[in-house]
Design a protein around this ligand. Structure first.
Ligand code: NDP
Ligand code: MG
Length: 382
């Protein structure tokens, strides 16, 4: 029985993780869960999975929940301390980091410090604090198992390498809903249009990031962190059907790719059952129904989220935090109707142009810079 803690159990990755658990009750048990504030669904999850600990970040919502579940033997926790306890002090073997944003940094570090494996979905933590968590995981003997479909694919393509060098990683991207749009059309994109992703059903923040291609930028940085490759070794290619989830090219020119349906339950489950592939709740890929697997090249002149990410990872140090933090602010501001779609790139570029690069930032420096970027953006664009 693998004991699982889910940080962000009410979201897209979180609910699909619970679906995986539901389909293999003999393999998995949920011992701790955490959410931000949506306690209705959270209460249902507590009643179904009976975790020992449940943390709600919002203090007032946590108090309401504690009252509602007082008939159950669950410890209700709150705030950042609650998230850290769910990750670090729960009786779990692996923590699924399904929270969105840099708020996941401290809980993820707590889980690694406590020797728990990480099923990593929360890419913002990897992008901003990867230089801290990867060596820490090595030191503590902790496995970082990627949940992001592309990184799960790369991880699988690397499993049979026997020490062979990677020539390049081929990181696939669907291209999002505006793959063919002109810059003029992009200027007037609405939030509803940007939220209609052609192949994946995901949380709001990552769906917008996919439309801007910032998600792919974050994933380039994530790949460099997870697989210890240089940015020059990561090539982004468009694969609009989201069937080829990514690939590795070796020095002899051969390419090993991982294919599957667009169903996140497969990479989530693989992170939980690694190194084994076990029966899953997902529909298997039917090769006889595949048609027109297209490959294309991203339009970097239009979707500037991607080239800016290469700039950030090449600059190194704090710059990936600047890229990510500015995007977190801009993504939320776009969803709130405060800025336009193309302004997202302006916000990121401006933050990067005015940032001081610290080579090896600490958690405190990372979070301080996030605070400073938020304040600056509020004044400048808010
Ligand atoms: P969602 O927005 O659907 O879910 C976010 C989860 O995090 C919710 O459970 C939410 O709780 C919780 N949360 C938000 N803020 C806090 C907080 N302050 N404290 C505690 N919990 C909080 O996001 P996704 O599931 O789409 O994405 C999660 C992560 O996985 C992101 O980093 C994303 O980039 C990555 N990812 C997602 C994929 C997908 O298919 N969705 C694919 C690949 C990667 P509440 O409901 O209470 O707000
Ligand atoms: Mg992805």
């Amino acid at each position: 029985m693998k004991r699982i803690a889910v940080l962000g159990s009410t979201g897209s990755i979180g609910t699909q993780t619970l679906d995986v658990v539901r389909s293999s009750p003999d393999l998995f048990t949920v011992t701790a869960i955490a959410c931000g504030s949506r306690i209705e669904l959270f209460e249902e999850q507590i009643r179904e999975f009976l975790p020992e600990m449940a943390a709600v970040y919002d203090e007032a919502a946590a108090a309401v929940l504690a009252e509602r579940v007082k008939d159950l033997p669950v410890r209700v926790l709150s705030g950042m301390d609650g998230l850290i306890e769910v990750c670090g002090a729960s009786p779990s073997d692996i923590v699924v980091t399904a929270i969105v944003g840099m708020i996941g940094i401290r809980p993820t570090i707590a889980a690694i410090e406590a020797g728990k494996d990480i099923a990593l979905a929360n890419k913002e933590t990897c992008v901003t604090a990867g230089h801290l968590i990867m060596p820490l995981a090595k030191e503590k003997g902790v496995n970082i198992l990627p949940v992001d479909s592309e990184h799960s694919a790369i991880f699988q393509a690397l499993m049979g390498r026997h020490g062979s060098k990677i020539a390049k990683i081929l990181l696939t991207a669907s291209g999002g809903p505006f793959r063919h749009a002109s810059p003029e059309e992009l200027r007037n994109v609405t939030v509803a249009q940007a939220l209609a992703h052609p192949t994946w059903n995901m949380g709001a923040k990552i769906t917008i990031d996919s439309a801007t291609m910032v998600n792919k930028g974050l994933e380039v940085i994530e790949a460099c962190r997870l697989f210890d490759v240089t940015p020059d070794q990561v090539q982004v290619v468009l694969q609009p059907q989201s069937i080829i989830h990514s690939a590795v090219q070796y020095e002899d020119g051969s390419v090993i790719a991982q294919l599957g349906p667009s169903d996140m339950r497969i990479p989530i489950q693989f992170a939980l059952t690694w190194p084994d592939h076990l029966p899953s709740p997902a529909e298997p890929l039917d090769f006889t129904k595949l048609s027109g697997i297209e490959i294309g090249v991203p339009r970097n002149d239009v979707f500037r989220g991607l080239p800016l990410a290469y700039e950030a990872i090449r600059a190194g140090g704090l710059m990936t935090t600047v890229y990510n933090a500015a995007n977190e602010w801009a993504n939320a501001a776009f969803r709130q109707g405060r800025i336009g779609f193309l302004d997202i790139y302006e916000v990121i570029e401006d933050a990067m142009n005015t940032a001081d690069v610290i080579p090896h930032p600490s958690v405190e420096e990372i979070l301080d810079v996030q605070g400073a970027i938020n304040r600056r953006c509020e004044v400048k664009y808010g």
